[in-house]
Design a protein around this ligand. Structure first.
Ligand code: SF4
Length: 344
């Protein structure tokens, strides 16, 4: 377990990430002459900061399209940020030398939603799990079989089946192979991107319990990306809520579920009927998530917010600490007399 004094294992510092086609020379000239429009840009992440301490499980939650998977990929090193830094064990990852960068990449592994798409259908389970450890010299060739068996066992997969192919297994078993493959390079940190979303509910519970066992056994740290607040509540120490490329609230898990502050968090929680939200009922969220091609000015949530004020339409709310380790980005918190209590 972690406390406030545990240093961050990894941090996103003021990270933005945009996607858009880069115009070639002819297109640039056409744009300059007013003969063509500039290409559209998707603002997937907008000045996001998040730190994760060693041993911690951080849940990252939001609607589809809010940017949570992009943040997971940027933190995992699969995507580079357009702006900002990823800091690994106190050092800017982009400034690491080649061998340190390789070590950082191996220490950070990602587990995706679709277990079949992540596995090469032409390779046996043994080959899949042993490929990266052999490539990176983590195990001598002669010890490969025992090594694979050990990591398959860690993932709850029967090593006797390691000579079969991915299509011969169920979704849950394939996801266990993905977990074994990630563990086999001896990571410190797993980014799980909707890793149980494609599984049957009963299998979901088994895989979530497996993640928790592995955390204790292998001293792992997790970023758990999910749209499912029930799963996140079960697995996380701390939760960050994302809306349209920004983190709008962040707090220890019990604080988020017992005392949600941001109107968007309250709306998300109102959509889970089984969660008792103390004495107050919150209104369900209205409307659709706006397009990240053209996000609303000011607070991105203002077109859907029941508490919207004039300043929300023009001014980005600052993220402030409204209680110990509980951060929220809402103008209601900076108005006298309308702090956290006013929203509860
Ligand atoms: Fe609603 Fe304004 Fe707070 Fe945004 S800043 S959540 S629009 S009250």
């Amino acid at each position: 377990m972690t406390d406030d004094t545990t240093p961050p294992l990894i941090e996103a510092r003021h990270v933005s990430r945009r996607f858009g086609a880069k115009p070639d020379l002819a297109a640039k000239i056409a744009i300059k002459l007013g003969l063509a429009k500039p290409p559209s840009t998707v603002h997937a992440l907008d000045d996001v900061s998040l730190s994760i301490r060693k041993g911690e499980v951080v849940g990252l939650v939001g609607e589809s399209g809010c940017g949570k998977s992009t943040l997971g990929r940027v933190i995992a090193g699969i995507l580079d940020p357009s702006e900002g830094q990823i800091v690994w064990k106190g050092r800017d990852r982009s400034a690491l030398g080649a061998s340190e960068r390789r070590a950082s990449a191996l220490a950070t592994q990602m587990i995706f939603q679709n277990p079949m798409a992540a596995l090469n259908p032409r390779m046996t389970i043994e080959d899949i799990v042993s490929e990266a450890p052999l490539t990176h010299g983590l195990v001598p060739k002669g010890e490969r079989r025992d090594y694979v068996d050990r990591y398959l066992q860690f993932a709850g997969f029967d090593p006797a089946l390691k000579n079969r192919y991915p299509h011969q297994f169920s979704g849950g078993q394939r996801q266990r192979v993905n977990i074994a493959r990630a563990l086999a390079v001896q990571p410190d940190f797993l980014v799980c991107d909707e890793s149980v979303a494609a599984l049957d509910v009963s299998i979901q519970a088994q895989v979530i319990n497996l993640f928790m066992e592995l955390r204790e056994r292998l001293d792992l740290t997790y970023l758990f990306v999910s749209h499912d607040l029930g799963v996140v509540e079960h697995i996380s120490d701390r939760v960050a809520i994302m809306y349209l490329g920004r983190i709008v609230e962040e707090a220890p898990v019990e604080e988020v579920f017992q005392r949600p502050n941001h109107p968007y968090t309250q709306a998300l929680l109102s959509e889970i009927p089984r969660i008792e939200l103390t004495k107050r009922q919150f209104k369900a969220i209205q409307g659709e998530l706006p397009s990240p091609l053209n996000p609303p000015k000011g607070c991105h949530f203002h077109p859907r917010c029941p508490f919207v004020m004039d300043r929300c339409r023009v001014e980005v709310p600052a993220t402030i600490e409204i209680a110990p380790r509980h951060w929220s980005a809402c103008h209601l918190n900076s108005k006298a007399g309308t702090g956290a209590e006013a929203l509860m």
